[in-house]
Design a protein. Structure first.
Length: 354
């Protein structure tokens, strides 16, 4: 298998683990309705599109042939179709009805009065042994049966990321260092079966492993301390540094990046706006500007930038969550659980393309 590296540790007090592209956590609703999440928090700027997303509906497939219809219609995992935008709801019902007529199935799409919170979607996945659900089209994998009472290592291998669950599944070396040359569960916890739970679509080149309850406290863009950083780099970096009297940013892992750290939010926003305006005033000015509120996402990305393994952890909601860059960029990554002869978890794996 090659070398194995410790990326860090997670804790999972709820016993239910979520694996998701961390860049999309701005849309996480926790125990609340997804309708309460501002679409602007996950990048929707057009007012018409935002209204369409906010007015989305969840549909339940009902009827004697519901399971067969859900499988053959194949739009989302399971019998619930989540987050259908208002503009597409009527057309989806038409498509489903036509599908059932063609297949001779007795099933219907029933609009639900309330949308299912993301935390509840995790519970439903855990109850059926783990699986996948969509969050505004973004796939999320969730599973239960994870130890609540001890930290779990997250390991990088040449084929992906592994979370050993069984206590004796791996002999650990210090986090961040190379582990033993092989990853071999002991005979008592040997995996005899592997089950794929779903695929994660990664758009931000990063994966997060987090406790389901803890993510309800996640603040994606809102600073936890009222402060923010402004960073910039690129071909016009020296010119911009002179124009704005900007020092080196001074953050670990960001040699050569200019900017300011720990500014009050209004001051940081004014500086970031001024930098964007200055850059846009001349197309020849090649500059990347990054506005960084001190949110949980900022905290974990700060740790990642400082890490030679591009991984980091942060405590949120009473648990430690971990985020790691894929090293593969974006794409689709299958998530698999390995089970022992009794059906208990041995490990969770995210596989990278060969």
């Amino acid at each position: 298998m090659g070398e194995i590296y410790g990326l860090g540790e997670i804790t999972c007090p709820s016993g239910e683990l979520v694996i998701v592209d961390a860049g999309h956590l701005g849309m996480w609703s926790g125990e609340g309705s997804p309708a309460l999440v501002d679409p602007g928090a996950f990048g929707v700027r057009d007012p018409a599109v935002a209204a369409d997303v906010s007015a989305a509906t969840d549909f339940l497939i009902t009827g004697p042939d519901a399971d067969t219809a859900a499988h053959s219609f194949d739009r989302q995992p399971g019998r619930t179709l989540h987050d259908i935008p208002a503009s597409g709801a009527a057309h989806l019902v038409e498509l489903f009805d036509a599908h059932c007529r063609e297949q001779g199935l007795d099933a219907a799409l029933e609009a639900r009065a309330e949308r299912v919170p993301h935390r509840e979607r995790v519970r439903r996945c855990a109850e059926r042994g783990g699986g996948c659900f969509l969050m505004n089209g973004v796939p999320v994998v969730a599973l239960g049966g994870v130890p609540r009472d001890r930290p779990l290592p997250v390991l990088a291998t040449d084929s992906g990321i592994v979370v050993p669950i069984a206590p004796s599944a791996v002999a650990l070396s210090p986090i961040g260092s190379s582990l033993a040359p092989s990853f071999s569960p002991s005979p008592a916890v040997a995996a005899v079966k592997s089950v794929e739970l779903g695929e994660i679509r990664v758009d931000w080149a990063r994966l997060l492993f987090g406790d389901a309850d803890a993510l309800s406290a996640w603040r994606h863009d809102d600073p936890v301390d009222g402060l923010a950083d402004v960073a910039f780099w690129g071909a016009a970096e020296a010119e911009a540094a002179t124009e704005f009297a900007a020092p080196d940013l001074g953050e670990p892992g960001e040699k050569g990046v200019k900017g300011w750290t720990g500014l009050p939010m209004p001051d940081a926003m004014r500086l970031a706006t001024a930098l964007f305006d200055w850059k846009d005033a001349d197309p020849r000015r090649r500059l990347m500007v990054d506005f960084r509120p001190h949110s949980h996402h900022w905290q974990i990305m700060r740790a990642i930038r400082a890490s030679p393994l591009e991984s980091g952890t942060v405590r949120v909601g009473g648990a430690q969550v971990l985020c790691a860059m894929t090293g593969q960029g974006d794409g689709w990554f299958p998530v698999t659980v390995d089970l022992d002869p009794t059906g208990r978890l041995v490990s969770v794996r995210v596989s990278f393309p060969v």
